[in-house]
Design a protein around this ligand. Structure first.
Ligand SMILES: [Zn+2]
Length: 331
């Protein structure tokens, strides 16, 4: 390998090849979930173990037999996922030396300077593997976000949650995929995600704004949410109360979520008897499928007016041991 530019290009192109080899582009075309990097490692026969590493984010150990990857338990889910993708990069790029990683990061954020080209190549792989343009576009399409929406930090924050990546990594991915320009990325990264969270739920004051806030709407029908137990899920659905239809939200609690808020807002168009917005805010270490129905409660025989289904894996950063979420979001 000759230059830093070659390293970046080679990492990214290996990621694109692997998407093709694994059929991921087709499997994720609906824009309904992030790349399941842990599941890909399993598919490729890598041994993955979470350990309380203090000075390292992760390590790649090529070994003589089964290659192995260690990831620290001391960091959040998004850092664990990016580190896992970086270590996967060392593997599929056939790096022969063990790599002990104290830092991994998004290549587009600027040149870390003291990096060797092999680390740069693995970072470039990780960014392209987790945040390829086609996946960003698939999620944007589902939510009807246009290019101008990608300048809005609130939209980018919601996109980052759906890609299973940090807000900052998502900003840099938008730049390197030419979806925004450099002026925009600078404005975006200077906006703390906390302000996006506060705007998402202005009437709620959690004890910590470290919690993520998911704004879920009809566009999220059928998606797989990968998040943390204390993330706030803000579900808003149109409800036709005046014609007697009400969302039965009871199934929300059966998967282990606790409801923080359950209220209704009118849509603000001034029409009397028009649909309202039903809002349910919930959190918890939920895993599983939820199916909600909007129906007339007294009329058992009636068809549901609409249905909302979603899969949740609110399991957070991985504890010591083998990965536990690998079959939860695999496409
Ligand atoms: Zn490395």
């Amino acid at each position: 390998m000759t230059s830093r530019r070659d390293a970046i290009l080679s990492g990214a192109s290996r990621a694109a090849e692997l998407h093709t080899e694994l059929g991921l582009r087709k499997r994720l075309a609906a824009g309904d979930r992030p790349v399941d990097v842990m599941d890909v490692m399993r598919e490729l026969g890598l041994t993955l173990l979470f350990r309380p590493l203090n000075s390292l984010l992760g390590a790649y150990l090529p070994g003589a037999g089964t290659p192995g990857v260690l990831i620290t338990t001391q960091r959040d889910l998004h850092v664990q996922r990016f580190t896992a993708a970086h270590e996967l990069g060392h593997h599929v790029l056939h790096h022969m030396a063990a790599s002990l990683d104290t830092d991994v990061g998004y290549v587009g954020r600027g040149d870390p300077g003291n990096y060797d080209n092999q680390e740069l190549e693995a970072d470039s792989f990780a960014a392209e593997f987790l945040l390829p343009k086609w996946l960003i576009v698939a999620h944007a399409k589902r939510h009807q976000w246009g290019r101008s929406d990608l300048k809005n930090p609130d939209t980018v924050y919601q996109l980052s949650l759906r890609l299973g990546a940090s807000y900052a990594a998502t900003c840099w991915a938008l730049l390197s995929n030419n979806l925004i320009d450099r002026v925009t990325v600078n404005a975006l990264v200077s906006t703390p995600p906390k302000t996006c969270k506060q705007r998402a739920i202005p009437d709620f004051q959690p004890e910590s704004w470290r919690r993520d806030v998911w704004l879920l709407s009809e566009h999220d029908r059928g998606v797989h949410v990968l998040g943390n137990p204390d993330d706030l899920l803000v579900l808003t659905l149109e409800e036709h109360v005046s014609s007697g239809y009400i969302w039965d939200v009871a199934p929300i609690t059966t998967v282990g979520l606790l409801i923080d808020i359950d209220d209704r807002h009118d849509l603000g168009d001034g029409a009397i008897g028009g649909p309202v917005t039903r809002r349910v805010v919930a959190h918890g270490a939920a895993q599983g499928h939820i199916r909600l129905e909007e129906r007339r409660p007294w009329s058992k025989a009636d068809e549901a007016r609409s249905i909302f289904e979603i899969d949740l894996a609110m399991i957070g950063s991985q504890p010591e041991g083998l990965p536990s979420w690998d079959r939860l979001i695999a496409a």
